[in-house]
Design a protein around this ligand. Structure first.
Ligand code: FAD
Length: 144
């Protein structure tokens, strides 16, 4: 069956603080594994970017749930495309947060190290998320 990737950006809202991230990662681990959806999430105090890949029906259904989730706002679809192969195989939902280390990765793709995905071209976003995945994998964090 054909695979798709979907990338969107959004803005965090106060409800994203606290244990929202843990809840989201727990839902992702359970639901995404069942649906063979893989991907990666990166966020700071203002913005989120998420990459989802899997079967078109499954990815579309998940995205429909995510856009209704009140824990974030201003959801913008960045990219939706057919893909030949997964980038995040084995990652039910990798994640990375805004840290000194991830800022050093981000600055490779932007004018400053302050993460703002709204200005990122799609190719840069994909490269950034791959770099963050490699970073998380090398540091044994982020894989869920
Ligand atoms: P449940 O098991 O019913 O809920 C899990 C926990 O989250 C519960 O404590 C519940 O109270 C809480 N919760 C659920 N929905 C909401 C809500 N809308 N507002 C506040 N609290 C809530 N889900 C995935 O399955 N895969 C993903 O990759 C994924 N990525 C997400 C990325 C972002 C940025 C956000 C904001 C949400 C994401 N979600 C993801 C969550 C998704 O929006 C749904 O909440 C989730 O899929 C519901 O799954 P469930 O019915 O198994 O959750």
């Amino acid at each position: 069956m054909a695979l798709v990737r979907l990338i969107y950006t959004s803005k965090t809202n106060p409800a994203f603080a606290g244990n929202a991230l843990e809840q989201i990662l727990e839902s992702s681990r359970v639901n995404n594994s069942k649906q063979f959806i893989t991907g990666c999430l990166f966020f700071n105090k203002n913005f989120i970017i998420q990459y989802l890949e899997g079967g078109a029906v499954q990815v579309n259904q998940l995205y429909n749930r995510i856009v209704q989730d009140k824990r974030h706002t201003d959801i913008r679809l960045m990219d939706y495309a057919w893909i030949d192969k997964r980038l995040f195989a084995g990652w039910s939902m990798g994640f990375a947060a805004d840290t000194t280390a991830t800022r050093k990765i981000f600055v490779n793709y932007a004018e400053t190290d302050s993460f703002n995905p709204l200005n990122l071209p799609v190719d840069a976003a994909i490269h950034l998320l791959r770099d963050l995945k490699d970073f998380a994998g090398a540091h044994q964090t982020g894989q869920s």
